[in-house]
Design a protein around this ligand. Structure first.
Ligand code: MIG
Length: 843
């Protein structure tokens, strides 16, 4: 059969499968929320312990516990509550706090017991009459209150809580969801599902993060994490008082409240509870090229060669399932890849790190040792009757290791040994919903899981299978790779996934709508605790076209994790396949990302330290600017860190059109247009005519951005000097973080952090650079520091630590010069010493 015909056949089959699955998957996995409920009832008695209070209600129990001064936990059930809340997401920090309770005005009032209260403290009131709960700030401002009592289903094990706010609120977060960034009016289901290519209205997708963040236009925010991995539903009613209804199929109810009071605080509080991303190696910030699948070896080498010959930066090539021998994980197809060792080594020499895929399903092949071992140790999932559960995936019939068992995780982790010895540095884990070629698209409800010794059936354990798979992979590789940082990414998640793996948004389409959709999706995932996320650049399903690919790259270089990937039956979409013109623009676009690497690395490090996302909605940085809540903007532009605003073009050029008219909102403050090099004042809408080779980008005035050279791959950057680009304003600030990029040494303080602060006045610019961390020089930047000041003013005198810089004498240790276009000047400092004090006098 000709290739064309196969492709056509494939597409037809894909379309057909999609249609059938669209009907069956929701139907078979759907649950009916019960009709008959019993309320928990009024308070009978309560018992105060050190940091919690246990309330005995007429029909159940409620427990309120303080975790940190700004994180509280509530649990409820009709039975006695288990002593510990066993979570697959949260790890409660140990703060050793005390609480105080008072019975007054018909409520049991609970607060932290301390002498001095702070204005962010919460007070919790539980009504004596019906046990409805109110969370308020110390100033009396109500965050939310139960609009009806916590209730349990009369039949089955459901539990629900309904909350109401008293002010206008915008609800964001909820993990990987389609649609707009603000989710008011939406009903969302939490049940990990491989929809095999999703439309922009699909729900649920691969991940479940029942995490709500509520924002108000006065700039305040709080969050609620409904920590239950079982099938659940969140319904955000379309009312001005923002009702939120939460239902889960199996109690107890457990939720955490994050006090804020700002969105950034909530983000950090989520990180404190649900964990942060372990800092990945620096090279993962480079450009990744993927495809389902590159094979044989010669094809992989050809892709690599193309990148180097065309001088398009690239750090990694991904090997999808077809590298394996008959889809058996941890094996190589010897015909396609006769000598993986040599291939990995050669590519590594050329700066390419290979990322390989593993899937959870293991081919039921009695001749294969890994299968034999898994069965011999009894590590696979079983049906209720004890027989192995067999499900069909790529290899045919498979068994599924039960990653929810600690012993299985240890066993699995060790399987990566050969890959590590081969020199594989990145790991892609897929299909862990688990996705199975079954009418349900996943395992049947009756399949049994160990769940760390508290067995549950798949009906309940389903949403954590993916996290358990990621934990097994992470823990195994951490042991095998010792002091090296490891990069793992997957598709499936429950909250807390960021501790173990990064993720991407799965099988999107090569359409303009999906390009636009990627922005609110990545932002939502970032707000929910996942700072390092990718979207298939160019789109996965369907053929991509030149213009779409170009625009997608202009957005995609700002995704935290930047990867081009596409499905097997589609046309290739590497940067060069659409001819020279497109290639040239995409090359420039990718180069731009490499130039920004020192900045991106700094915010990646911040993300791993504090839990803040890399890509942020405008209202995270400008919460008191009301216009940032306008949906016109937050689905189409975003911040990268706190300094860059990107407003990518998300629509096609019209016929005979040379440029797309793009409306952009610049929040309050002053902005520097990266391309015109003009300063603009914000708090207003502007318009740009954007041609195909442009991407609207603005720097917040008062920023310093660490900027690097354009290099073929990340590690090369250390051979070049570093530039601090300064965009003066009354107040100037910024950070630049450096370390070896590869080991965990930074955890011992082996890093170099520059903190830059300054002031600009008409006659004078002063900058202070403080250095912290054990690495005190800049060995990673060729011992040269460039300070590039973006102003049209001409310096009269420049002093660095009291030494006068020489104008236009680049041979000197300290010199400066004005750019040809007169739009900036650069101070060149050889062998920089910190602390550094820079004083510039203007004429
Ligand atoms: O059933 O490994 O989302 O990125 O290329 C499809 C093949 C399985 C799904 C992933 C996609 C990957 C594909 N995988």
């Amino acid at each position: 059969m000709s290739k064309e015909k196969t492709n056509f056949g494939n597409k037809l089959a894909q379309g057909f499968t999609k249609g059938v699955l669209n009907i069956t998957v929701p139907l078979l996995n759907h649950r009916i929320v019960p009709f008959r409920w019993q309320a928990i009832g009024g308070i009978v008695t309560h018992k105060k312990l050190e940091n919690s209070v246990l309330i005995h209600c007429e029909n159940g129990f409620i427990e309120v516990k303080i975790i940190t001064p700004s994180i509280w936990r509530v649990r409820a059930f009709h039975d006695t509550l288990p002593k510990y809340h066993k979570s697959w997401a949260s790890r409660e920090p140990d703060f050793n706090l005390k609480i105080k309770t008072v019975q007054e005005y018909g409520s049991l009032t609970i607060k932290e017991d301390k002498n001095v209260s702070s204005k962010n403290d919460l007070i919790i009131k539980v009504s004596e009459v019906d046990s409805t709960i109110t969370f308020e700030r110390i100033n009396g401002d109500i965050l939310h209150k139960d609009s009806e009592p916590i209730s349990m289903s009369k039949r089955g094990s459901w539990i629900k809580t309904k909350k109401i706010a008293l002010k206008k609120e915008y609800h964001v977060g909820f993990g990987e969801k389609t649609g707009k960034l603000i989710k008011n009016g939406r009903k969302m289901i939490f049940w990990n599902t491989d929809q095999t290519a999703y439309t922009v209205r699909e729900d649920p997708l691969y991940q479940s993060e029942p995490l709500q963040i509520s924002l108000r236009e006065d700039g305040t925010a709080f969050g609620i994490f409904y920590d239950n991995y079982r099938y659940s539903v969140i319904k955000l009613e379309k009312t001005s008082t923002s009702k939120v209804n939460y239902y889960t199929e199996k109690g107890p109810l457990c939720y955490y409240v994050f006090a804020g009071p700002t969105l950034k605080d909530v983000s950090k509080q989520i990180g404190e509870l649900n964990g942060k991303l372990p800092l990945p190696p620096k090279w993962v910030l480079g450009h990744h090229q993927s495809r389902w699948s590159y094979y044989p070896e010669e094809k992989v080498r050809e892709v690599a060669r193309n990148f180097r010959e065309k001088e398009i930066p690239c750090d990694s090539i991904h090997l999808d399932i077809d590298y394996m021998d008959g889809f058996r994980c941890f094996t190589w197809n010897k015909e396609r890849f006769p000598n993986p060792q040599k291939m990995v080594a050669d590519l590594r020499d050329d700066g390419f790190k290979l990322i390989i895929m593993t899937d959870p399903g293991l081919k039921a092949d009695p001749e294969w040792t890994i299968y034999q071992n898994c069965v011999a140790k009894d590590y696979h999932c079983k049906l209720a009757n004890g027989n192995p559960y067999l499900g069909k995936v790529w290899p045919g019939k498979c068994i599924f290791p039960d990653f929810t068992s600690p012993a299985v995780r240890v066993w699995w982790g060790k399987l990566y040994k050969d890959y590590v010895e081969l020199g594989i540095e990145g790991f892609w884990i897929d299909m862990a919903e688990p996705s199975i070629f079954d009418i349900r698209r996943t395992a049947p409800f009756e399949v049994q899981h160990n769940m760390d010794g508290q067995p549950e059936s798949h009906q309940y354990a389903h949403n954590v299978y993916g996290n358990a798979f990621a934990i097994a992979t992470r823990e195994g590789l951490d042991v095998l790779r010792k002091n090296k940082r490891t990069f793992i990414f997957g598709r499936t998640a429950y909250s807390g996934i960021q501790r173990y793996a990064s993720t991407w948004t799965g099988d999107n389409y090569s359409t303009w709508k999906h390009l636009q959709q990627s922005i609110p999706m990545v932002l939502s995932m970032g707000l929910s605790g996942q700072p390092f996320v990718a979207v298939d650049i160019g789109g996965f399903t369907f053929d991509c076209k030149a213009e779409l690919l170009t625009r997608w790259y202009q957005t995609g270089i700002f995704y935290p994790f930047c990867r081009n990937h596409s499905a097997n039956a589609t046309k290739p979409q590497e940067p060069w396949v659409f001819g020279e013109e497109t290639e040239k623009i995409i090359k420039k676009t990718i180069e731009f990302r490499y130039m920004l690497l020192p900045y991106l690395y700094t915010i990646l490090w911040e993300a791993s330290k504090d839990g803040l996302p890399m890509m942020r909605p405008l209202f995270m940085e400008f919460p008191t600017d009301k216009e940032t809540y306008n949906e016109k903007w937050h689905n189409s532009q975003f911040m990268v860190g706190d300094k860059l605003l990107i407003a990518p073009v998300l629509t096609k050029l019209g016929k005979n059109q040379k440029a797309v008219t793009k409306k952009i909102y610049l929040p309050e403050g002053r902005w520097f247009d990266y391309w015109t090099q003009e300063y603009l004042s914000g708090g207003k809408e502007i318009t740009r005519e954007v041609t195909i080779n442009q991407l609207p980008l603005f720097v917040k005035a008062g920023s310093t951005l660490p900027i690097g050279p354009i290099v073929p791959f990340v590690e090369k950057a250390s051979e070049h000097p570093i530039t601090l680009a300064i965009y003066p304003d009354n107040e100037i600030q910024g950070l630049a973080y450096f370390d070896d990029g590869d080991t965990k040494e930074f955890e011992e303080g082996n890093y170099n952090l520059l903190t830059i602060r300054g002031n600009d006045t008409p006659k004078k610019l002063s900058i202070d650079i403080l250095q912290s961390g054990k690495i005190t020089d800049l060995p990673l930047t060729n011992e040269i520091l460039h300070l590039r000041v973006h102003t049209k003013k001409t310096p009269d005198e420049i002093k660095v630590n009291d030494n006068i810089a020489q104008k236009d004498f680049e041979t000197e240790n300290l010199s400066w010069k004005i750019s040809d276009d007169m739009k900036h000047y650069t101070i060149v400092i050889k062998i920089p010493k910190f602390p550094m004090d820079i004083q510039v006098k203007y004429k």
